[in-house]
Structures are given as C-alpha cells and as structure tokens.
Design a protein around this ligand. Structure first.
Ligand code: UD1
Length: 419
C-alpha cells in the first residue's frame, strides 16, 4: 500500500505546468470509437483513469500506441467487441461515455455500472432518457447497462438537471445519428466544449457547446488521421491556485486558460489573495491570513464542486467563520472529518459546512475519501505543522499527473512511500 508523507510548514514558491484535463480526456478517448480510423491525441494526462480507458478500448479492438509520455495514436478501425469488461468499467465514472460512443459506432454496448468517487447518489437517468429519445433500448440490471439501437434518429432532448456526463453522452450518441439533435439545458463546462471541438475536428457538426443549447447535425462518418490537443485542466489549475493561497506562497501556473478560472479567481480576490494573468499563465500569491468567505458550488461558470475541498482547506485557516454550500453532490464533505483530525473546526451537515477558522493545522494520519478530497489533504499537509500521512492515494492518482513531483518542485517536502 502506498501513502504520501508530507513534512509541513512550507510556503509554495515557483512554477507549475498544468496537464491536460482529466474530465475532457476521459470523454475524448471513448469518443475516438466514433472514428473508423486513426487519430493522434496529445496533452493527454498520464493518470490512472486514462490508462484504464485505454485498456478498455484495447479490449474492444482498438490499437493504442503511446508515442510520447502525453501523446497517443489510437486506431479504431477494427472494433470487434460490444461487451466492455465489467470489472474495468465499474472502476470509474466515465465508463458511461462508452455507451454514447458505442451506440453511435456499433448500435450496441454492454458496460458495468459506472463507479468512481463516492460523492453520494450518482444517477444516470438523464443519460438514459437521452439515449431512449434517440431511439435506443436501454436495460439496467445485475450491475450492468446494456444499450441497443438499429438506428439513432435526432430529436430534441431537455435535460431535467444540468449534467456534464449526460450532456457529453447524448452529444456522443448524436454525432452519427440521422438528422438534428438539440440538447436543451445543457451543461457548459470547458471539457464539454473540448469534447465538441475534438469531434468537430474529426468532422462532426456540433454547434453551441459552451451554451445551454447544443445542436448536433448528424453526419454519415467522421474522418481519420486527425490530431487533437486536450484542453488544460481547470480543476488542477484551481488546486494549485488554492495551494498558493493556503500556503501563503507565490506560484506561476503555466498552461492554463485563465477565463476558465474566473470563478476561482473571484473568490481568491475576496479572500485577500492576488491573481495576475499573463496570457496562458496565471500567478497566484498571498502573504496574509485568508479572510472568511461564503462559497456555493454551481455548474460552470459557477464555483466548481471539484475545487470545493481544496477551498475548504483555505477556509479552515481563514480569519473568521466561512460557509460552503455544496449544491451538486450529497456527500462531498467527507474530507472535513479528516481536516478536523488535523485541528480544523468544521461542522458539516447535509450540503452545508461551517468553517470556524483556526490559526494552524497540525499533521496527522488521514484518509483520502475521493480524488479531490485527496488533493485537499495534500494542501492541508503542506501547510500543517509536523508530519501528515495520507492513505488511499490511488484516488489521487486517478486524476492528478505526477502530483508529488509537481508539489516537490514548488518546495513541498512530500514523499511517496510503499509500505
Ligand atoms: C462530472 C465530473 C465530476 C464533477 C461533476 C460536476 C467527469 C468524469 N466527472 O461528473 O468530476 O464533480 O461533473 O461538475 O466529468 N444527475 C442526475 N441525473 C443524471 C446525471 C446527473 O440527477 O442522469 C445529477 C447528479 O446527481 C448531480 C448533478 O446532476 O447532482 C451533476 O452531475 P453530473 O454533472 O452529471 O456529474 P458527472 O458527469 O457524473
């Protein structure tokens, strides 16, 4: 079992380069199934979720060659299997993108019920509603989902909730459908735009991604031999921005898209931190105790739920009492119990947590309950007095590339230890 051991009390200083976005990559890779040919994808984050999807794509018949550490060539000419291995697909959430892609490609797919971070109930009713509206028959039972269709026909679909996954999945299923599909009340996250850009680069006709109405005009086929670069990770950039604030440090965050970070920047300025933008880099610095703020998580362009735990660390040491209202997930405050072991004073009930800011955190053994909780605990360990040991770090490896190396370069004393 691996753990991270952090000797705390460091002000983070220096430069960090942001990797490609996990949540875009885990959708773009299944989207390659819609191409009967090859494509090159670069700026691909080298994380365990990406490796699992590549292995699943291989099981379905794709040929994958890693040409560089962050670049692959995928050949999807010979997809010959419509049953994705249950054990592999039920390990992570984004396996549901295989449904939209394979419905489009083969008209049939069976996958395990999606796993991923335990953030409370994670229904997929809106995905199923979309597939059924397009003409697919979907069956859920015995831990798996099967979807079949002889022909998908474009239609109008209204999403009852703003869902990243359902928006992308319906977009995937519609690309090769007959006629036009309209998604109303679509999610607008940067990775939705990125998946649409990828598909359009390969010959799809998708308009309006990034707004709440997306129109997909079905095309007969996608073209082969395209190259695409995955968008920088908004959440990873947000993690380092808040690490700079919490540690009273100064970090130049390179390869990011500052507009995607506006909602985080706004809160950092409210807290009393500094943000300077230079093209595709952003410098975040702070030299005083953060001020209290209220935060409510919302779909993009609101404050991202995936940066909520990292913000929670900042508020645990802020001057005064702060409140976070989590509006997306039922169970996203599990990390607060771990921060309390480190001396924080946080009361979480339902979707609200109250942070009574303390002067400092103290190192302790803690457990990462999910991916972003794990990132938050790393920041907590870096600013705490003494030594913090973080367990369950496979969650962190699912979504952050070389995380301890990146923090080490910024001055953190962090080691990965195999017990
Ligand atoms: C994606 C992200 C996840 C992020 C989340 C919200 C990926 C792989 N994961 O997850 O990191 O936290 O967006 O930004 O991109 N809902 C339904 N029915 C559905 C689908 C969703 O009721 O069919 C609800 C969910 O319970 C949740 C809300 O809609 O309350 C948003 O979920 P959604 O945007 O779908 O999240 P994911 O795509 O699973």
């Amino acid at each position: 079992m691996e753990k991270l051991v952090i000797k705390g009390g460091t002000k983070l200083n220096g430069e960090v380069t942001i990797s490609g976005a996990k949540n875009a990559a885990v959708a773009i890779l299944p989207a390659t199934l819609l191409i009967k040919g090859t494509c090159k994808i670069n700026n691909l984050p080298n994380i365990s979720d990406v490796k699992i999807i590549c292995n699943i794509l291989k099981e379905l018949g794709a040929k994958i060659t890693w040409t560089k550490p962050n670049e692959i060539i995928i050949d999807t000419r010979e997809i010959n299997c419509t049953k994705a291995p249950i054990d592999m697909t039920s390990k992570f959430r984004a396996s549901y993108y295989l449904i939209g892609s394979m419905l489009g490609r083969c008209g049939s797919i069976e996958v395990g019920l999606p796993g991923g971070c335990n953030l409370g109930a994670r229904p997929i009713d809106q995905h199923i509603k979309g597939f059924e509206a397009l003409g697919a028959k979907v069956t859920v039972g015995q831990g798996k989902i099967s979807a079949k269709s002889s022909k998908l026909i474009g239609t109008s679909i209204y999403m009852d909730v703003v869902s990243v996954g359902a928006t992308i999945n319906v977009m995937l299923a519609s690309v090769l459908a007959e006629g036009t599909t309209t998604i109303d009340n679509a999610a607008k996250e940067p990775h939705i735009v990125d998946v649409a850009n990828f598909l359009n680069t390969m010959g799809a006709d998708i308009r309006g991604a990034g707004t709440d109405v997306i129109k997909i005009n079905g095309v007969k086929e996608l073209k082969s031999e395209g190259t695409y670069s995955v968008v920088p990770d908004q959440i990873e950039a947000g993690t380092f921005m808040l690490a700079a604030i919490a540690s009273k440090g100064n970090i130049l965050i390179k390869n990011c898209i500052p507009e995607h970070l506006d909602c985080i920047t706004a809160k950092i300025l409210e807290i009393g931190g500094n943000v300077e933008i230079y093209g595709d880099s952003i410098r975040v610095s702070n030299n005083k105790r953060p001020s209290k703020v209220s935060v409510k998580t919302l779909p993009y362009p609101g404050f991202p739920t995936d940066v909520q735990p990292q913000m929670g660390v900042v508020l645990s040491i802020a001057n005064g009492t702060s409140i976070i209202n989590e509006s997306i997930w039922d169970s996203r405050f599990q990390y607060t119990a771990e921060l309390n072991k480190m001396g924080a004073q946080i009361t979480a009930q339902g979707k609200t947590a109250i942070f009574e800011g303390v002067d400092k955190l103290c190192g302790a053994p803690v457990y990462a309950s999910d991916l972003r909780a794990g990132a938050a605990l790393i920041i907590a360990g870096i600013i705490a007095d003494g030594t913090t040991e973080i367990y369950n770090i496979d969650h962190i490896d699912r979504g952050y590339e070389n995380i301890e190396e990146k923090f080490k370069k910024l001055g953190a004393n962090i080691q990965r230890i195999n017990e």
